[in-house]
Every structure is written in structure tokens, then in C-alpha cells.
Design a protein around this ligand. Structure first.
Ligand SMILES: Nc1ncnc2c1ncn2[C@@H]1O[C@H](COP(=O)(O)OP(=O)(O)OP(=O)(O)O)[C@@H](O)[C@H]1O
Ligand SMILES: [Mg+2]
Length: 654
């Protein structure tokens, strides 16, 4: 047996094993093939062949058909039985057709008869077989590579959350992914070969066809957005070029951007409301002081004129018009979120309960009122008056939407907002909320109306029917309470408003509200105490001075915080200070503290109009002081002052 490499260089054409018992012939063959560049081993019998093939991987076996220990046929069977796959050529002494057929059936690559030209034909036969083997190997490799690249391409298509597909110029799908298959309710494999324009809804197919043509014509990427079944889809079409630079198809990626668009719209809406709010707040600020003076002066005049006569009547008109203007201004302040909140621990169910009678009479008999008050409703921190306002505004709108009767449903419950919800809804954060829904079976709203309902002065009601401030106010209140208000409506079917307010741990702190316990109808009781009055607007200050003096008080005026502090230090008989929350110079919490240092326990009443920084005003409520909102009437001021003077000092938090 010769398993040594005869010519190491010979390995370049492959390694062969000759199984031949005729030693002379084996040597001749070895020499011939070695010269051809093969690395040749030879063994004299089948047993040795079986042994050699266990340790060496031969590229080709040359088998003599007649071996001393077994036939070539048996050797092949044994080799194949062991899973041996190397190709082989059979050499036989007879030119027997039958044997040839059998041998080829067993998988021989070729069959050579040992005749006079055998040695001449052998190299060509071996080379041909080797080439064939090499070609087959390359083919297999290519196939594997092709399969792998197909798998990679599919993996790339499948790895995106978008619809991805490759189509030819006529729209035949060459490849696509599960996203499209899922959307169409088919298997990915069934889509390949199908015509994409036949699969899509008519409008989508037309849009895609148009943009595929455009991408093909311009040889550049084209993006477009359209909606299908209420979803917004953003699609990009990329031309795919063949080897010669011609467009032979397009790659299409399409993404569902409904949630992103919704969020962007919500953000835009919030920004719009913010801008409108600022504008409204600014107007309200200037109007407040003007109305304050008109209202106050006309009230004072009315007192001296009495109620009889033409002058008194005219004055009454002026006064009631100014009051209407004041109501509007207040509403502007609410919707612009410049209203001073008086937050308390609030149980929404209790507010509902308290308002039931009123809502009942507002909506009338033709509307069936249903209330589902959630169990164990959690506490929110809210200004009860404002929440009542929200409820009333929503109920009145519902009533107006059901002119010939219907159903109005109010429902409260605890909800938890998760990350997913908050990711697509502007203005809320994950956590517990209390939800109030107000739904009606009324006329509903069109998309165009829905887009504007929260804007101030937007109304579809006839002239004089509505101011269009109802929902703008609701929006402002929801926002100021760090909550949100949403609407869902279908034309002809009804509307559902959802108010969400963040849950707050009960603080247990009692809040002294501005008018708590005061009887508004009663004329105010006056007094003879000395008061400090700090107000920077001259007109308003003169009015307040007048109102307080008329009630018997002695009043010392200051136009700013520093003056107020000085006057307090110089006058030990001051019993109470009336302070505007926003003053030039020393003001707000600092002024309050400075005054208290000069005169500990000094009662204070704060007046407030619009403030760009409502957080600067919050301390007034926190410390439990009385607040009188501008525009106020002389009587309101006098009542507030009296009540504060009569209050137990311990009610204040220092
Ligand atoms: N429940 C509802 N059903 C149908 N449409 C509604 C409903 N609520 C509000 N709208 C529509 O929204 C518009 C704005 O409502 P909003 O409450 O802000 O103003 P208004 O009711 O018209 O006037 P105001 O409330 O100031 O008296 C209404 O004119 C109406 O077209
Ligand atoms: Mg309304």
C-alpha cells in the first residue's frame, strides 16, 4: 500500500485512491496521474481500501471491478453503507454492457475497460470527472449562498415593523414581509407573485400606482401619505436599478403613522390653546381693572342716588352691562388658566350628587338622566366651583344636542393611565386618575366642528344662542388641574366627553374660601379699624379707599410693597392689610413675611386679577388667606375685610 504523497505538488488537482490488485498496472496508473497533477495513493484490495478511506478524504476513487477479496460492486456497497460519498470510477477487464449498466446505477461517475488504449484514455476520464465534481461543488456552494442571501433578504424584510415589499414595474410582488401579509390577512408566500394593485383598496392602489410611476420616471425616492380605513399611512417608494442602470422595479416601505399624527395634532391643538389663552388672559387683565372701576363707582353712585329716578335707572343699566362684561372677563381668565384656583380634596361623586337637581332641571324632562357613580372613587385636588362649572357646561351642551330628547349619561370611575396610553395622548402622565364621562345620544359633531370646539368663541349655535366659551372654559379648567379633556363624537349618534383628573392623596387641610359663610345678599357690616391698603392701580386704589371709608374704616394707602411696609412700621394701630397679590417691588410671599415680621399675626386680605405667574399667587391659598377676585364690588371688598377681621387668628397658617 502506498499512502505517501508521490508528488506533494500533485495535490493541486485532487487526491485519488487507486484500488487495483495488479501491482504493475497500479504503478502505471499512479505515474500517469501523478504527472497530471494528482496526488495518488494506491491499495491492492478492498479491505485496504476500506481502511484507507476511514482516515483520508479522497476526492475520487478508481476501483478495479475484480478484486481479490470482493467485487467492486460489494466494495461500493460497503463504502456507501458507511456513508462514504466520494465519487468513483470503475475499471474492469471486460467490455460487458450489463456490468457497465449495473455500475453506473450504483453511482459510478464513469466506467473504463482495461483494453489497449486504457492508459491513454484514463487521464482524460479522470480529469473530466474531477471537473464535473468541481462544477457540482461550485453549484452546491452557489445554491447555499443563494439560499443564505435569500434568507438574509427575507430577514431584513421581516425585521421591520413596516410593510416592506419589492415589486416589479407592473406591480408583481417579488418579495414582501409578514406585516403586509397580516394586514391583508394572507400568508407571505401567497403574496409573492400576486399583483399588489389588486390586493389594495382602490384608493390606496391608485395612490401607490401613481407614486411607483413617479419613482420610476424620476429614478428617485418618492414619499407620500394617505389614509385607509381611518389609519394614516406614510409610504416611501425607492427605484431599484438593474445592472445596466435601468429601473426594473421598486422597493416600497409603508408605515402606520396614525398615532404619531394624532399626537402631533394634539400637540398643535395644545399650543394653539396656549396662545389663545395668553391672548385672552392679557385682554382680561386690562379689562379687569377698568371694569373694577366702572362697577365700583356705579355701585357707590347707586348708593348715594337711591333707587328712584331716571339717573338711577341709567346707572342700573351701566352697572348690569359692566357686570355682564365682568362675567365674560372671568370666563376668559378661566379658559386662559389665569384664574386663581381654590383647590380642595374633592370627591367627584359628591359634586355630582350636589349638582343632580340642578342638572335635572337644566336638561329638562325629555332627556333621561343616568348616573353611574364609581365605587371607592379616589380623591382629586380640585377647585369644586370649577369642576361644577365643567359639569354644567358639558350637560348644557348635551341638552342642546338633544332638542327632541334623548339620554344623558354621567359616569365616574378610577382609571390607571399606562405608558402606552400617555405616549399617544398629549398632556397626561402615567398614573392613577379619576375619570368623568358625560355622554349624550344627541346630534353628534362632524370632523370639522370637532377640530374647533375647544377654541374660545367657536359656536355652531345661532346668534345669541351661545358664546362659544363653554368648552374653552372646560379645556382651561382641565388643563389648570393638570388633567385632560377628550371628545369622541359621531354625527347623528351622539357625543362622549372624558375628563381625567390626577388622583391626589387627601391632604386633609381645610381651605378658607373667599366667600365661605358670607351672606352675599346682606349689606356688609363696617367697622372703625385702621386698615392698610396696597394697590398699584390708582383708579382701583381710590375706589377701594372709597368703599372702605364709606364703611367707616380709617385707611392708609400704599402704591407699592415698600411703602406698605414703611406705613405698617410707622402705624402700630393697623388692624388689617388689604394687599394686591402683584405689586411693584416688594410683593407676594416676601411682602407677606416682611409685614408679619413687623406685626406678627396681622390679618391680611388679598385681591387678585390676572397674573402671568399663577404659581406666585398660590401662596395666598396655601397660607389660608381670604382672596377677593377682581373685578370686585365695594360690598364684596367690605364683606371680605370684615370677615377677616372677625376671624380667629388660629385659622391662618404661618
Ligand atoms: N354634546 C355635544 N353634541 C354636539 N355638539 C356639541 C356638543 N358639545 C359641544 N358641541 C359643539 O361645540 C360647540 C362649542 O361648544 P361650547 O360649549 O364651547 O359653546 P356653545 O355651547 O356653542 O356656547 P356656550 O357654551 O358658550 O353657551 C357648540 O356650538 C356645538 O357645535
Ligand atoms: Mg356650551
Amino acid at each position: 500500500m502506498n499512502l505517501e504523497a508521490v508528488n506533494p505538488e500533485g495535490a493541486r488537482n485532487g487526491r485519488l485512491l487507486i484500488v487495483e490488485d495488479d501491482e504493475g498496472l497500479a504503478q502505471l496508473i499512479t505515474r500517469k496521474l501523478t504527472r497530471q497533477g494528482f496526488l495518488v495513493d494506491s491499495v491492492p484490495n478492498a479491505t485496504a481500501a476500506l481502511e484507507a478511506t476511514t482516515s483520508i478524504d479522497f476526492d475520487l476513487l478508481l476501483l478495479d471491478y475484480q478484486l481479490p477479496d470482493m467485487t467492486g460492486e460489494d466494495l461500493i456497497d460497503r463504502l456507501q453503507g458507511r456513508g462514504h460519498t466520494a465519487p468513483f470510477i470503475v475499471i474492469t477487464g471486460h467490455g460487458d454492457e450489463q456490468i457497465a449498466v449495473e455500475i453506473m446505477k450504483q453511482g459510478a461517475r464513469d466506467y473504463l475497460v482495461k483494453d489497449y488504449s486504457f492508459l491513454d484514455r484514463l487521464p482524460t476520464a479522470v480529469q473530466q470527472t474531477c471537473r464535473q465534481i468541481e462544477t457540482e461543488r461550485l453549484l452546491r456552494e452557489t445554491e447555499v449562498r443563494l439560499q443564505r442571501s435569500e434568507k438574509n433578504a427575507q430577514a431584513l424584510l421581516d425585521a421591520t415593523a413596516e410593510v416592506a415589499m419589492l415589486i416589479d414595474r407592473r406591480g408583481t410582488i417579488l418579495a414582501t414581509n409578514a406585516v403586509l401579509a397580516d394586514r391583508l390577512g394572507k400568508a407571505t408566500a401567497d403574496l409573492v407573485g400576486a399583483h399588489v394593485f389588486d390586493l389594495l383598496a382602490e384608493a390606496s392602489a391608485a395612490a401607490l400606482r401613481h407614486h411607483v410611476e413617479q419613482a420610476t420616471r424620476t429614478r428617485s425616492m418618492v414619499c407620500f401619505e394617505h389614509s385607509e380605513a381611518g389609519r394614516s399611512l406614510a409610504t416611501s417608494v425607492f427605484p431599484v436599478l438593474d445592472g445596466s442602470g435601468e429601473v426594473d422595479g421598486v422597493a416600497v416601505y409603508s408605515q402606520d403613522v396614525t398615532e404619531q399624527r394624532k399626537l402631533a395634532d394634539q400637540l398643535q391643538q395644545a399650543q394653539k390653546m396656549e396662545a389663545i389663552g395668553q391672548l385672552a388672559g392679557g385682554i382680561a387683565h386690562d379689562f379687569n381693572n377698568i371694569l373694577q372701576i366702572i362697577l365700583g363707582r356705579s355701585a357707590l353712585m347707586a348708593e348715594s342716588l337711591g333707587s328712584e329716578g331716571k339717573l338711577a335707572e341709567d346707572l342700573g343699566e351701566i352697572h348690569s352691562s359692566a357686570e355682564r362684561a365682568a362675567v365674560l372677563t372671568r370666563q376668559l381668565l378661566v379658559l386662559s388658566r389665569r384664574q386663581l384656583l381654590q383647590p380642595q380634596d374633592v370627591d367627584l361623586n359628591r359634586i355630582l350628587e350636589g349638582l343632580m337637581n340642578m342638572i335635572g332641571s337644566v336638561v329638562g324632562e325629555t332627556i333621561r338622566l343616568e348616573v353611574f357613580a364609581g365605587d371607592g372613587l379616589r380623591t382629586v385636588r380640585a377647585d369644586p366651583g370649577q369642576i361644577e362649572q365643567v359639569l354644567l357646561n358639558l350637560c348644557i351642551n348635551a341638552r342642546d344636542a338633544m332638542p327632541s330628547g334623548g339620554r344623558l349619561t354621567l359616569e365616574t370611575k378610577n382609571v390607571i393611565l399606562d405608558e402606552d396610553y400617555c405616549a399617544v395622548h398629549e398632556g397626561v402622565h402615567p398614573g392613577p386618575y379619576v375619570q368623568l364621562t358625560v355622554s349624550d345620544s344627541g346630534v353628534g359633531m362632524s370632523q370639522e366642528v370637532l377640530e374647533h370646539i375647544f377654541e374660545p368663541f367657536f359656536t355652531t349655535k345661532e346668534l345669541g344662542g351661545g358664546t362659544g366659551l363653554g368648552l374653552a372654559t372646560v379645556y382651561g379648567i382641565a388643563k389648570q388641574h393638570k388633567g385632560s379633556i377628550r371628545v369622541y363624537s359621531e354625527l347623528g349618534h351622539g357625543t362622549l366627553f372624558t375628563l381625567l383628573l390626577p388622583v391626589a392623596e387627601p391632604s386633609g387641610r381645610a381651605v378658607v374660601s373667599a366667600a365661605a359663610g358670607d351672606s352675599v345678599a346682606q349689606p356688609p357690616r363696617g367697622g372703625t379699624e385702621t386698615l392698610l391698603l396696597a394697590e398699584d392701580d390708582d383708579g382701583v386704589r381710590r375706589l377701594a379707599l372709597c368703599a372702605l371709608q364709606l364703611n367707616g374704616y380709617r385707611v392708609l394707602e400704599a402704591a407699592n410693597g415698600d411703602d406698605a411696609l414703611r406705613i405698617l412700621a410707622e402705624n402700630s394701630d393697623i388692624s388689617l392689610a388689604v394687599l394686591d397679590v402683584v405689586l411693584p417691588g416688594l410683593a407676594g410671599p416676601e411682602l407677606r413675611e416682611s409685614l408679619l415680621r413687623v406685626k406678627p399675626g396681622l390679618p391680611m386680605v388679598f385681591t387678585t386679577g390676572y397674573s402671568a405667574r399663577m404659581d406666585h399667587v398660590a401662596f395666598v391659598i396655601e397660607k389660608g388667606h381670604r382672596v377677593i377676585q377682581k373685578p370686585y364690588s365695594p360690598a364684596e371688598l367690605a364683606r371680605g375685610v370684615r370677615a377677616a377681621l372677625d376671624e380667629e387668628p388660629s385659622q391662618l397658617t404661618n
